[in-house]
Design a binder for this molecule. Structure first.
Ligand SMILES: Cc1cc2nc3c(=O)[nH]c(=O)nc-3n(C[C@H](O)[C@H](O)[C@H](O)COP(=O)(O)OP(=O)(O)OC[C@H]3O[C@@H](n4cnc5c(N)ncnc54)[C@H](O)[C@@H]3O)c2cc1C
Length: 825
């Protein structure tokens, strides 16, 4: 009897776990439980206890299945408790949360992502016209850009470069052709920024800002036809130089708190009295292109105390377009961000009167500015800085990799030392992962999505990884990285790192507050629906919607607990995935970690409720896990899409192993720091039933990944594709490419030479020229071999040389200050 009951309990548990693992609908669970309990009762008939148990189970099952009953008996009280526990949310927070849409992030939050959906998405490609633009005007622009001249000598973009940008409509990449713009896809736009960034951060920022969140995008989405017809052609051709001014001295990260005001009143404009308009007062700072802008996009708080607009509108952030020659506007002064030469500065307005028509979108859009800004944020944030960052990482891969093969110490290329290998492998893996993430995100944009959480992840992760890659590259370059001058590839990018970390959402804030905070609501399959239900004015509809979402949520939670535990026990091997290449095991691990992430996230939300918002230690770790799931998905997709080449596997391995190790440590960190120890312990047991399984990449993985950067190959070319290598043979990056080939070509002969020294045929000398002369004399090497050695030596000496200047560092040579070309645009 006891054995039968035990077997039954075991059977039911196993059946329920299997159903939960497979995520079956509630009615199937109920049917199976009923079948098992009633069959036991029949077997044990006439035992009354089992009949009673079956009766109770049936009643419970009916209550769960019949929705009106369930709502009344169960859901109502849960719904009320949920409403009480919901943290208060300001209108600006709500607007920010609701902006944009979701994409692959939502799949990751289910804990059971559909990989074929991701792998079948066709990655965005360039049109012929876009490719021609990249091969033509973009290459030409890159060729005329000299970053040292721009940043050290002119400290501004020289006129010819401005003119070239305007003439070729670099400021109109997002503007439709109908208005004279280039109407580029997100991918093409990104390729342009990435390529220009590989030449000069200052030039890239100058190109990217008019195409990011600002006048053009706001006009396209919200402008009146009249505004579009007038301004878009002028913006596309650079007749207008735009800027967008939101940040104020007291309102940085908390941008919605701007103190700048605009009061609706009557005033004088264009010689006419009694024009309905707005009197503005503002003080802004950090505004890119601000000092040279002709058209200022301004965000301010609109008030209409006398209800002159006749709408009784609430005061609210409003966006207007103001020509900078308007009376009372003060621009021109500059900040000096990290020795970069793009235009950035403060601006003020004192009692500036503008007609109400200057509001973007006209009167209808008064007080709608915050919503407009939040809705537009995703696209620019996913393109500008991520593309600039990938450009930086690709340059690190190209130049630091080549340098590590060319530069010798202790008789060996420094890239052969394990210490440097470790750093090189990190650059390689980061670049691979970053470019995969960039491309996947652009694909989402080109499919018409505005994925707000993904864009935050891309911005935060790619700028952080650029910081890592450039820091690593600087270490590899040693003194050559530190000595400033035209030959230095990394110093200016290194200086620019904090800029990309700070702008478009400072990274600490984005990581700690936004990625998980917004993701847990928007990307989560049910939380947003539950919250909407709680805010539904009709209580019956609210309860109905909540009931549906809540029970699906509970089902997903149970399923994720089971999946997490089972996939942990089996190390993910039972997860079915649609690939059989190197990435198969990584996809299985992603399945496992996606379930673990969803389980831990739900547990944190459930246990911490509204206070999770303030627990930034926890939400930052969850953001890291979420981000790593996205970045790893992108990396695997890229590997598969590029043909799952064996030669690319080292990059995949190094990237994925680091990612899983990081995910594991972050999840562990969350469970260790939950306020309820018991829940933390339980979660650890469910997520890591066999202990912590992941380790940092093995040393031989690091060796393989680093090797990709040390030798020209198809894999290396694919990795650094899209950056600009000058045709000018004196350009340092171009020299590095040539020198790399020259040095490799001489390696065999150099080996022979070293052998001869070891065996005493040639006397060891500190002077390499003498050694070569000896080798020449004793006829050990062929002419061809000697030439190769000589060429390699010359190339090495040229590459390792750093700039030096007169004692006053060139300060007395001020000719350049008089050049007419440096006048501002
Ligand atoms: C070069 C440059 C160009 C810019 N261009 C423009 C432009 O064109 N237009 C425009 O309007 N603005 C522009 N900005 C402003 C930029 O968007 C702001 O610098 C940014 O929003 C951060 O504001 P802040 O510098 O005042 O930093 P603060 O808001 O003072 O933040 C300081 C630190 O605190 C962190 N922090 C703040 N709140 C939280 C929180 N709740 N949790 C955790 N951490 C938090 C931040 O992450 C940051 O690390 C630019 C800035 C720079 C430097």
């Amino acid at each position: 009897m006891i054995t039968v009951v035990a077997l039954l309990i075991l059977g039911i548990t196993a059946a329920l776990m299997l159903l939960a693992y497979l995520r079956m609908p509630l009615r199937i669970y109920v049917a199976i439980v009923l079948a098992l309990t009633w069959s036991t009762s029949i077997i044990q008939y006439p035992d009354n206890t089992s009949l009673i148990v079956s009766g109770l189970v049936t009643m419970l099952a009916l209550m769960l299945l019949i929705r009106p009953v369930r709502r009344h008996i169960l859901t109502k009280s849960i719904f009320n408790a949920f409403k009480r526990a919901l943290p208060p949310m300001s209108e600006t927070e709500r607007t920010a949360l609701e902006a944009g849409d979701t994409w692959w992030d939502a799949e990751l939050f289910t804990g059971k992502p559909d990989w074929s959906q991701l792998l079948n998405v066709e990655t965005a490609t360039l049109t012929k016209e876009e490719q021609e633009f990249l091969d033509g005007p973009v290459n030409e622009l890159c060729e005329i850009i000299d970053d040292w001249e721009i940043t050290h000598i002119h400290r501004r973009i020289p006129d010819p470069v401005w003119e070239f940008m305007k003439h070729h409509r670099f400021f109109g990449m997002i503007i439709p052709k109908a208005y004279g713009g280039l109407e580029m896809s997100a991918l093409a736009h990104s390729q342009v920024v990435m390529k220009v960034a590989s030449r000069s951060v200052s030039a890239a920022v100058t190109v990217m800002v008019p195409n990011s969140l600002g006048p053009a995008e706001l006009l396209l989405r919200y402008g009146t036809q009249q505004q579009k017809d007038y301004y878009l052609p002028r913006l596309a051709t650079g007749i207008e130089i735009p800027c967008f001014a939101l940040t104020a001295p007291e309102a940085g990260s908390d941008a919605s708190s701007i103190p700048d005001t605009g009061t609706v009143c009557y005033g004088k404009h264009d010689g006419q009295d009694d024009v309905l308009g707005i009197r503005l007062n503002w003080s802004k700072r950090y505004i890119t292109l601000g000092p040279v802008a002709t058209l200022l996009g301004l965000a301010f708080n609109l008030e209409d105390p006398d209800n002159l607009l006749g709408k009784g509108i609430e005061p609210g952030i409003t966006c207007a377009l103001i020509p900078t020659n308007t009376k009372g506007v003060s621009i021109g002064r500059r900040h000096y961000p990290m020795n970069q030469a793009f235009q950035n500065g403060p601006n003020q307005g004192h009692d500036v009167f503008i007609p109400v028509d200057w509001i973007i979108g006209g009167q209808d859009k008064a007080s709608e500015g915050w919503k407009m800004l939040m809705e537009c944020l995703a696209a620019g944030r996913a393109i500008s800085l991520p593309s600039l960052s990938v450009g930086g990482a690709k340059v690190a891969s190209q130049s630091a990799g080549a340098y590590a093969r060319i530069r010798e110490q202790f008789g060996l290329p420094i890239g052969k030392f394990e210490g440097i290998e470790e750093v090189l492998s990190r650059i390689a893996a980061n670049t691979y992962m970053m470019d995969a993430t960039r491309t996947l995100t652009l694909t989402a944009l080109d499919m018409g999505h505005h994925p707000s959480v993904i864009s935050a992840i891309s911005k935060q992760q790619l700028t952080e990884r650029m910081r890592m890659s450039i820091n690593d590259a600087m270490d590899i370059m040693g003194g050559a990285g530190i000595s400033m001058g035209p030959k230095n590839i990394f110093a200016r990018v290194y200086e620019a790192l904090p800029i990309s970390i700070t702008v478009e959402g400072a990274n600490i804030l984005t990581r700690s507050l936004i990625i998980f905070g917004q993701g847990a609501i928007r990307s989560h399959p049910y939380v947003y629906r539950e919250m909407k239900a709680a805010n539904e004015p009709d209580p019956t509809i609210g309860l109905r919607d909540f009931d549906q979402a809540f029970f699906s949520h509970v089902g997903m939670f149970i399923s994720n607990a089971v999946r997490s535990f089972w996939l942990g026990l089996t190390n993910g091997r039972t997860a079915s995935v649609p690939v059989s290449t190197h990435s198969k095991r990584y996809l299985q691990q992603l399945n496992r970690m996606s379930a673990a992430f969803a389980l831990v996230s739900d547990t944190c939300m459930f246990t911490l409720g509204g206070s999770l918002k303030r627990k930034e230690h926890i939400s930052a770790r969850l953001a890291d896990v979420f981000s790593m799931l996205y970045l790893t998905s992108a990396t695997i997709k890229r590997f598969e899409e590029q043909g799952a080449h064996e030669e690319e596997a080292p990059l995949l391995r190094a990237a994925c192993h680091s990612a899983f190790y990081y995910i594991q440590e972050s999840l562990h960190g969350v469970t260790r720091n939950l306020p309820f120890t018991f829940i933390g312990v339980l979660l650890r047991w469910l997520v890591f039933p066999r202990g912590r399984a992941y380790s940092a990449p093995f040393d031989h993985f690091l060796h393989d990944a680093a090797s990709v950067l040390l030798t020209p190959s198809a894999t290396r070319s694919r990795l650094i594709e899209g950056i600009y290598i000058s045709k000018n043979k004196n350009d340092q990056k171009a020299k590095l490419e040539d020198a790399l080939a020259t040095v490799i070509a001489a390696e065999k002969a150099e080996k022979k030479l070293k052998q001869a020294i070891r065996s005493g045929i040639i006397t060891k000398s500190r002077n390499k020229d003498e050694i070569i002369a000896d080798a020449e004399q004793c006829g050990l090497l062929s002419d061809e071999e000697l030439q190769r050695i000589k060429r390699a030596r010359a190339a090495r000496l040229d590459i390792i040389a750093v700039d030096d200047f007169d004692a006053d560092l060139g300060l007395s040579t001020t000719d350049y200050l008089d050049q007419p070309a440096v006048k501002m645009a």
